[in-house]
Design a protein around this ligand. Structure first.
Ligand SMILES: [Mn+2]
Length: 359
């Protein structure tokens, strides 16, 4: 398996002799699936230099045998997972083991270190994350399919948007279209209108959409474990001059950021391409979030296109490009695309109309 090979290379570079992935109640499902293929909600994965093991409980024995070729270690209901994990680590004679502090609770880590007190656990949060950040063609095809389902569903859902329709009704219509196409809802669908569109991550309410208002829709589809994440802002009826001009600013910031995105530019530099355009137009204080984030098995993953990522983007990264302007008590606008980073630019996965659509 390619992924396991890549994991071992990283372990060798860092003089580690094992990787421990801990997934409890789905806390780390994506990385466990990425490395082992297993999709259940409980698993401990151990990759050594010559063995792959997966610990899970009886709910998942059959599923695990189907999904992964890792050696299955059965956890019975009377035993503690930290203790079984420690026993396996000791049996395999591991000394320095990579683990992810972001994915294990403090109390479970204490339990584990107590049961395996002669093992050194080395905090390696980015080990699997860095591998996941560079997508294979196969992975990109799955994201592309998640985008396709999202766009078809959005197109269909536009038919229900009109003055008087409530935000929750629009969200329900959109989610229905996604589900009937075989997609899953990757995160809570955002449909916010009028003043509420200035809520960057607002929840759909029973507010009826008014004539001459923006409707901001931000939603994600998960297909075969991979996500899309798209935002479009529409106008019901006719926008006024100010709405048009602010939309134009977001549109330009988004377009310019897409044009500048390529391997080699840092996440931070790409963010400021959009930030500078918005600030020059006088709306700097109304764009408070990062330009974008990595997208894959999780909706938010590495690498960020934000001020806190000083590392250059790499070929094969999939990121969102999503500048916005949110003016409290007035309205908010965001346009979000999903793109693949290439050496000479990007491949844009999203195809949905970006010009302001009047519904
Ligand atoms: Mn996003």
């Amino acid at each position: 398996m390619e992924t396991v090979k890549a994991v071992r290379e990283r372990l060798r570079e860092k003089s580690l002799d094992g990787l421990l992935l801990y997934n409890h109640e789905g806390s780390n499902r994506s990385s466990v699936t990425y490395v082992s293929g297993f999709t259940g909600s409980l698993a401990v994965v151990i990759v050594t230099m010559d063995e792959n093991l997966l610990i899970t409980d009886s709910r998942y024995y059959t599923q695990a045998l189907e999904e992964t070729d890792f050696e299955l270690v059965k956890l019975d209901s009377s035993s503690k997972i930290e203790e079984i994990t420690a026993t396996v680590l000791k049996q395999k004679n591991l000394k320095r083991v990579a683990f992810e502090s972001d994915k294990i609770t403090h109390s479970r880590f204490l339990g584990l270190s107590e049961a395996a007190d002669d093992i050194e656990f080395v905090d390696s949060n980015s080990l699997v994350g860095d591998l996941r950040a560079v997508k294979s063609d196969k992975e990109i095809e799955k994201i592309r399919e998640a985008v396709r389902i999202a766009e078809e569903s959005l197109k269909e859902a536009l038919n229900v948007i009109r003055a008087g329709r409530r935000e929750i009704e629009v969200a329900a219509a959109l989610e229905y279209e996604i589900r009937r196409r075989g997609g899953k809802i990757a995160f809570d669908t955002i449909v916010v209108s009028g003043e509420r569109s200035a809520l960057v991550h607002g929840t759909p309410s029973d507010r009826p959409i008014g004539d001459g208002e923006f409707v901001l829709i931000d939603f994600g589809v998960r297909f075969q474990g991979y996500c899309s994440d798209i935002t479009r802002t529409f106008c019901v009826g006719r926008p006024d001059h100010r709405m048009r001009s602010v939309y134009e600013t977001v549109y330009n910031a988004q377009k310019t950021a897409r044009e500048r995105a390529r391997a080699g530019i840092t996440g931070k530099a790409l963010h400021f391409v959009a930030q500078d355009i918005i600030a020059e137009a006088g709306f700097g204080e109304y764009f408070g979030h990062g330009l974008g984030h990595g997208l894959g098995m999780d909706v938010h993953e590495s690498p960020g296109a934000s001020p806190n990522n000083d590392r250059p983007l790499e070929e094969g990264n999939v990121i969102t490009v999503e500048p916005g302007i949110y003016i409290p008590k007035e309205f908010g606008i965001r346009i979000e695309d999903d793109v693949v980073i290439k050496t000479e630019g990007i491949a844009v996965l999203t195809t949905f109309e970006r010009d302001l659509m009047l519904l």
